[in-house]
Design a protein around this ligand. Structure first.
Ligand code: PEP
Ligand code: MN
Length: 337
């Protein structure tokens, strides 16, 4: 980091800052200018909070050089991470589509979504058994029973499954059923959950918090990576803005930005990103055009009676048509679906 000193410090005061920097395990490189003096503090600064030096007498400001995250950064690993799961490779040329209902409602409902999404070319089945609902009076999900229905749908269709884990106490149970664990937007900064998921050897799709910056998003991924689990997929799912025409504002610029800053696969969720089924297809196509590795899309056999997120769920027929368009787009981009 660069430590900018206040003007007019005595040699003794400068010496004191230098010694402080050295006491933190960093080397100090003094550079005396006509107007200002700066000290280059060389070493891994990540373990220091910005305040450590900023509040020291004589210091005006501290400019970090290193990104606060490390393992997930492009600097740490130049090549894209490829995640192998359920016979699929995520993060390569192939565009992956994870599709299915918001919530698992019954064995029949999951199958009635799984069959057509598989036929249309989806590579994973999504469905929530543990649901993070804004209201405690809303449907909370079928829990373990729902996980069983997902497992049966995997059995009949061959589609690997992705499902959300809300609570570290459910982790063993959910991990036994899921091929990919989903950590939802509301839990992006549930550091206990991130740490526990980090200890497993199981792919995880981490969704961006609804008010999280890209840097905070990457720091949450770092929490998982630092525990040893490097099988992380990031998912942009829209952020809160002043706009009320859509449920969230799908931040598609985060896709190329994330791809620049880190080596992890990046997905887009146009369902939660817009909250409107009629905007899902265009934003799904836009997500892939922006460089996403895949999509997470809600599909329900009867959205009008869905127990959650009906208004943003595609009917199987609409999903099939979207997959056709995605196939054409993937081809034009030199990718495959
Ligand atoms: C979901 O995928 O159904 C979900 C709850 O998403 P998010 O965490 O992005 O709101
Ligand atoms: Mn949903």
């Amino acid at each position: 980091m660069i430590v900018v000193l206040k003007p007019g410090l005595s040699e003794q005061e400068i010496q004191s800052v230098t010694e402080r920097i050295q006491s933190l395990g960093l080397r100090a490189h003094l550079s005396v200018g006509k107007e200002r003096t700066i000290i280059g503090a060389i070493g891994d600064e990540r373990q220091l909070s910005d305040q450590t030096l900023e509040s020291y007498p004589g210091v005006e400001k501290v400019l970090p050089i290193l990104k606060p995250y490390k393992l997930v950064s492009r600097e740490f690993q130049k090549e894209n991470s490829i995640i192998e799961v359920g016979g699929q490779r995520i993060g390569g040329k192939k565009v992956h589509v994870m599709a299915g209902p918001c919530s698992v409602e019954s064995a029949e409902q999951v199958l009635a979504a799984a069959r057509p999404v598989k036929a249309a070319g989806a590579t994973f089945l999504r469905g929530g058994a543990f649901k993070p609902r804004t209201s405690p009076y809303s449907f909370q999900g079928l829990g373990e029973e729902g996980l069983g229905y997902l497992a049966s749908a995997r059995e009949s269709t061959g589609l690997p499954i992705i499902t959300e884990v809300l609570d570290p106490r459910d982790l063993d149970l959910v991990a036994r059923h899921a091929d990919i664990l989903q950590i939802g937007a509301r839990n992006m900064q549930n550091f206990k959950l991130l740490t526990e998921v980090g200890k497993l050897n199981k792919p995880v799709l981490l969704k961006r918090g609804m008010s999280a910056t890209v840097e905070e998003f990457l720091l949450s991924a770092e929490y998982i990576a630092v525990e040893g689990n490097r099988k992380i997929i990031l998912c942009e799912r829209g952020i809160r803005t002043f706009e009320t025409g859509t449920r969230n504002t799908l931040d598609l610029s985060a896709v190329p930005l994330l791809k620049q800053l880190c080596h992890l696969p990046v997905f887009v969720d146009p369902s939660h990103g817009t909250g409107r089924w009629d905007l899902v297809a265009p934003m799904a196509l836009a997500g892939i055009a922006a460089g996403a590795d895949g999509l997470l899309i809600e599909v329900h056999p009867h959205p009008e009676v869905a127990l959650s997120d009906g208004p943003q769920s595609l009917r199987p027929e609409k999903f099939r048509r979207l997959m056709e368009d995605l196939g054409k787009l993937a081809k034009a981009l030199g990718r495959e679906l």
